[in-house]
Each structure stands twice: as C-alpha cells, then as structure tokens.
Design a protein around this ligand. Structure first.
Ligand SMILES: [Fe+2]
Length: 607
C-alpha cells in the first residue's frame, strides 16, 4: 500500500470547475494549487483537481460542474481514544510487499475504470458539485451575527448530519458515500455559535492514518466488475492486516438521534457513533456505540423515539445473510430488547419505518439488493418489478414475528415515512410518506425525472387491504422530501408536516407546511439561488403534555446562497411562516441529510 506523505490529501483544496465557461477562472486557481502527494494519486490522476482555498467569492457555476472546495484540516483533538488504525510504519516485509502489489492492482483498476464514463450517480463531478462539495472542520465560533431575534424558547443545540468526503474520490463516488460530518449551532441566551466536525469513524481514522481512501464506497464504487475487484482488493488488504474492517465500515453520515443522554450519529451500514456536544458548543466523537455491548449488528439511521414512552425503536437489515431484517427496541434507560427476526425473501433496503402508539410499521418495498447483478456488470441495488410492495404491522412489544400482519401496497416506494397513527374506528393504520418514482432513481441513473408525491396510505388491519391517495391536489402537486412532523406527536395523529420542496433535487428551494387533512400547502422559499435541505420543526414547548397548538414552534434550516457563496441558519415561525431570525455562519454548510435538536436541559444530562 502506498505510504502517506500527508494525512491531508485532497482536502487541502478546492475542486476545479470543468465547464468551458469557467476555465479562465480555473487557470488562476490552478496556479494556487497545492496538489495531492499520495502515491496512488501520483500514479493515477484524480478525477477532479483541487487547488487551495481562497477567501475570494467564487462565481456561481452550473450544478454539473464542481465548485471550489476549501482545505480540510486534520483534527488535532479527535484521535486519542478512537484509533483503530494500522500504521504502515509497523508493517513487516510481507505486508509491505502485499501492499505494493495491491496498490499496483488498484492503480491498474483505476486506469481501466477511467476508460469508461461513470454514470451520474457515481460521478463525483456531479455528486459533489457546488454546495455538495465538502468543507473543512470548523472549530467553534461564538457570537455569530444575527439578523432579527432568536426566540427565547430556542435554547440548546441544533445538530445536522451530512456526507463530507475527507479524501478526494479516485473513482466512483455517490453523494451518500461521504464521511459523516456533524454541523452544530448552539443557542444560549439569544446568541449562537457554530462548529462542524467529522465523526471519527473507524474507517476515517484508518484512512487518515494511511493518508488515502481504502474502504469501498457502498454506492459509488460497488457496481459491476470494478465493484467486485474493489471488494476483493479490500478483502486482500484485510487478510494481510493492512486494514481492519472488524470494527465496522460505516460513515455515520445520515441520521442523528439524542437518546438516553447520548447523541448518536448513524448510517444504516454500521453501529451508531456516540458524539458529544462540548460545553462550548464544539463536537467530539466518543466512540462507536454498541449500547454497552448489547447491539451486535448495524442499525438503520432512522430509529424512532416515542415521545410518550421515551423508548427507542429500530431496525437492522443485512444485505448478505439471513435474517435479512431484525426489529428491536431500547427502554428509556438504554436496555435493548431481544431481536425479532422478520422473515423476508430477499435483502431489501429499509431506510426508514414508522411507529404508532402500539405498532411499528415496516415497509418491505421493491428496492432490493441483488449482489449477483455485479457479476453481470450492474448495480447490486435494483428495482424488482416482480415484487409487490407491502407494509408489515407488528406490535411494538412483540417477542416474535408470528403476529406481523403484511398488507400489500402495490407500486409504492417511500424512502422516508413522516408519520403514522392508528384510527381504531376503522381498524386502520394511516401512514404518511412521500411516494417516490422511479423508486431506485437515487441510486441508479435513469432518464425519468424524480417524482415524490406526499401520500396517505391506509392499511386496514381487518380486511388486509390498503388504499393510497395523494394528499395534495393535482394542480398544487409539488415534490416533497426530507422533513418531519412535530416530534412531540410522532406516532399520533398529526395535522401538519414540514417537508423540503424537492424542486430542484437533491438540493431544495425551500420547504412547505402541509395540512395533511386538507392538502393545503404553504410554501417558504429561500429565494433566488438559495437552497437548503431538511427543515427541522422545533416545538416551542418541549413538554409533550403541553396544550400548545401542534404548529406552535419554529423551523430551523440551513440555507446556502449560491451567488454570495455564504450560508445561514434561518429560523422561521411555523405558525405564520415568517422569518424570525437568520444567523450568518462563519463557513459554508454543504447540503446534507438529517438533524435533531437537543434542549439545554437535555445537554446538561449528556454523557
Ligand atoms: Fe434518510
């Protein structure tokens, strides 16, 4: 394996735009370039070239080009406890010989891959263009400029997860493949601070020690024969002790939950990571978190916290071996239940699920994993047109799967489910989700543009039948993805959902407050060339027994201005949809995934 001359490779930099219209600007940027010195990249030029960050305001570039990326610094204070790396200085002769041979094989593989165009879903020049490009860590900065007034009730920290590749991709890369980075805005007495930090996953710590990426990228790289070759290379490196996958390979970049005094960063391919918010508002990775030895398998990034019982509910899915799906829960003090193995015929993507007061609702849909497809040259994530989508309804306290009730919902694919509740008078479970078509468009290139239709799905427990209807009328129809209901009412009947306007997608132009009963849509648009991601709804009153109105609270959203190249956190009153305050952030916040809010009271009890 190539030795590292720097632990700071691509991240010293900005990616140059590739469009002809921006080439003249780029030549100036190139003169400031501080190029990667990793030996692999010396042998195989990177897909994108990365000059050093400057403080000048970059011009807006088309989404298919790659915008400047600033230098990412190696954190100084995160490597003490969480190291699992195998320093190459300690390799023996055999290991060094194996590393050299495997490096040569990888170089040949990359050269071969470069002869063929990458699909858009694996092309880093598309996937991490513009404000999807990564940023360096930002130590906490206090007393940020605020326009307007931060509402008094907002005390605590808003944290949001996202993908932020530490190293420049040398081959395929999907937006979802990046290393997890948490962005934190802490509120104290009307003032705000900001920090962002990588989550120090076992893979990132090892890659940083080696000075280059070595772990396979689940979506961007693992397709076709090249994907098989990459898996074999990784397996061989493991055999020679050059990398260690025994403590997980996850990126912890998707979800965040605060449970039992722990903030957990999650991706569905691994255990969670425990991240601590420091008293100053900075972030520190504690370690990979197995709930004190109780959790032995990966956990999805959308566990559900019941606002009444305080229990946490979760799924785990496996793409290789049976059982392909397990359900479990944690009591308020973190005690895990036994796994409930749920028999399904084939490994299936289960990104999200829902809870009601008494049940969990599990989507078994048509996006499945078929590893043999790689042998045929394709992606292992496929849409199975012969499968019928269905929802499984299981009692939350079930000890086994025998009482699960499966109800078919043909042609339904919801990547996320926003809420569900019981309507005993009609023996129905109501599920609110965005039905996405084409179902696998996030993972596989397709011509058809994405549709994401907010829908009400009714599962009749008596008849075993389902119905589905769009909540918004045809004339008002708009693509909605990423968002939530009032978390104090999760699993109970809710009137409002706050969802990102997924036009364009995956960056979003604003959010909508949707009346789920009437279909009325109230939009909040970020404005010309301003985009964001998931809106977070924060109830004014954190007491779940409060008699306050369901929509009495605030929307928090990171917004990026692509003209000014600046980011803000905006706070919008959810009742009247008016901007209350905007906080200028000291550095760019890339478009990302999911977030949560931890109140100052909860922070005081944090582990
Ligand atoms: Fe998600």
């Amino acid at each position: 394996m190539a030795s590292s001359t720097s632990t700071n490779t691509w991240v010293k930099s900005q990616i140059l735009p590739l469009s002809s219209s921006t080439r003249s600007n780029n030549s100036a940027n190139r003169r400031r370039t501080n190029y990667i010195t990793c030996s692999l990249q010396v042998q195989t030029p990177s897909l994108v070239r990365i000059p050093q960050h400057t403080n000048t305001t970059p011009t807006y570039q088309a989404p298919t080009t790659i915008n400047p990326i600033p230098k990412i610094k190696t954190p100084k204070d995160h490597s003490s406890k969480n190291t699992n790396s195998l320093p190459n200085q300690q390799w023996n002769l055999l290991q060094r010989a194996a590393a050299a041979a495997l490096d040569a094989a990888e170089t040949a593989l990359v050269a071969r891959e470069r002869r063929h165009p990458l699909p858009k879903t694996a092309d880093p020049r598309v996937q991490i263009a513009g404000n999807f490009a990564p940023v360096p860590e930002q130590p906490v900065q206090h007393s940020l400029p605020v326009t307007g007034k931060i509402p008094n009730c907002i005390e605590g920290v808003y944290v949001r997860n996202g993908a932020n590749p530490h190293y420049e991709p040398v081959a395929g890369h999907h937006f979802f493949d990046g290393d997890g980075m948490v962005h934190a805005v802490k509120f104290n007495d009307g003032a705000a601070s900001y920090a962002c930090r990588f989550t120090e996953t076992k893979r990132l710590v090892q890659e940083r020690a080696l000075g280059r990426p070595v772990f396979p990228k689940a979506i961007g790289e693992l397709h076709g024969h090249s994907g098989i070759a990459r898996l074999l290379l990784f397996y061989a490196r493991g055999l020679f002790g050059l990398v260690d996958a025994s403590h997980g390979m996850g990126v912890a970049n998707a979800g965040l939950v605060y449970f039992n005094r722990h903030l957990l960063a999650m991706s569905e391919d691994d255990l969670p990571y425990h991240v601590r918010v420091t008293p100053t508002g900075d972030l520190k990775t504690v370690d990979r978190f197995d709930f004190n030895g109780q959790l032995k398998s990966a956990m999805i990034a959308h566990p559900k916290l019941d606002p009444v019982s305080g229990e946490l509910f979760a799924l785990s899915y496996d793409v290789i071996k049976k059982p392909y799906l397990k359900y479990f829960k944690f009591s308020t003090d973190g005690k895990k239940s036994d796994d409930v193995e749920i028999p399904i015929d084939q490994p299936t993507m289960m990104h999200d699920f829902a809870i009601t007061e008494n049940f969990v609702v599990i989507p078994d849909q048509q996006v499945v994993f078929k590893l043999p497809e790689m042998i045929r040259g394709g992606s292992p994530v496929v849409f199975d047109k012969n499968k019928t989508s269905r929802f499984g309804v299981l009692e939350k306290n079930a000890k086994g799967e025998k009482d699960i009730k499966w109800i078919e919902a043909p042609d339904c694919f919801c990547f996320h489910l926003w809420n569900a509740w019981e309507e005993p008078e009609s023996d129905e479970i109501v599920v609110i989700g965005s039905c996405m078509t084409p179902a696998d468009s996030i993972f596989n290139e397709c011509e058809e543009s994405l549709k994401s239709v907010l829908s009400e799905i009714r599962l009749n427990l008596k008849t075993g039948k389902s119905t589905r209807r769009p909540i918004i009328t045809d004339s008002e129809q708009v693509n909605l993805e990423a968002g939530m209901v009032n978390r104090n009412r999760l699993g109970r009947k809710t009137r409002f959902a706050y969802l990102a306007l997924a036009e364009p997608w995956p960056k979003v132009s604003g959010f909508a407050k949707v009346d789920l009963f009437t279909g009325q849509v109230t939009k909040y648009l970020y404005g010309d060339q301003r985009f964001g991601g998931e809106p977070l709804f924060l109830p004014r009153d954190s007491d779940i027994n409060s008699s306050s109105e369901e929509d009495d609270g605030y929307i928090l959203a990171f917004v990026h201005d692509e003209k000014e190249w600046k980011s803000q956190l905006q706070i919008i009153n959810a009742m009247n949809m008016k901007l209350e305050a905007s906080i200028d952030l000291p550095s760019r916040v890339p478009y990302g995934f999911h977030g949560t809010f931890i109140s100052s009271k909860d922070l005081e009890k944090q582990m």
